[in-house]
Design a protein around this ligand. Structure first.
Ligand code: ITT
Length: 189
């Protein structure tokens, strides 16, 4: 079985990535904590490729990385690729977003997830992207998930990501969609 290094330091993401990658012909291994990658890309995909590529080269194994975030229409797409840097904790990030949005009527937003897989020499073997359309609610709802999940509402399901079971979130979410495209291609490698 070939080894695939999961290049993330975010436990919420890691849980979902592990769930989507189970049952494949790859043995997953977590990225060593001391490898930290600076996200200098201008897009989600550039950052996903950067993380996968640098971790693959550092460890000398295939690596998978996810770069994701929330783009809010009324905030001109912010926090976007800066979603992780929008505050120090999930709570602070949510509070800042709700404050910046204020009483704004247009609550439309989308979650984007770019996934990249790099070979051991750092070259990119696969890349996919998934998007989930939704709205920002006035106050947090639900206990599940991680990050911005309690304020991201999906009209199609009439639930926030944090109110959904992991299975339902996997069916409709940006990450779920990106992995749906990725998995058949990963099995062909
Ligand atoms: P790694 O780069 O180590 O993977 P990170 O947390 O820095 O971890 P990103 O740079 O991709 O990851 O930032 C993504 C941000 O968007 C971060 O604050 C996440 O909590 C949030 N986010 C991503 N996917 C999410 C999801 O499904 N639900 C809620 N928040 C999410």
């Amino acid at each position: 079985m070939r080894k695939l290094i999961v290049a993330t330091g975010n436990p919420g993401k890691l849980r979902e990535m592990q769930e989507y990658l189970t049952g494949l012909n790859w043995k997953l291994q977590l990225k060593p904590a001391e490898i930290e990658i600076e996200e200098t890309g201008a897009t989600f995909m550039e950052n996903a490729c950067l993380k996968a590529s640098q971790v693959a080269k550092a460890v000398g194994e295939w690596a998978i990385a996810d770069d994701s975030g929330l783009a809010v229409d009324a905030l001109d797409g912010a926090p976007g690729i800066y979603s992780a840097r929008y505050g120090k904790t999930d709570k602070e990030r949510i509070e800042r977003l709700l404050k910046e949005l204020g009483q704004q009527k247009n609550r439309k937003a989308k979650f984007i997830c770019a996934v990249a897989i790099a070979r051991l020499d750092g070259s990119i073997a696969l890349q996919t992207e998934g998007v989930c359309l939704g709205e920002i609610v006035d106050s947090p709802r639900g206990e599940g998930g991680f990050g911005y999940d309690p304020i991201f509402y999906v009209p199609q399901m009439q639930q926030t990501f944090a109110e959904m079971s992991p299975q339902v979130k996997g069916e409709v979410s940006h990450r779920g969609k990106a992995f749906e495209q990725l998995l058949p291609r990963l099995q062909e490698i």
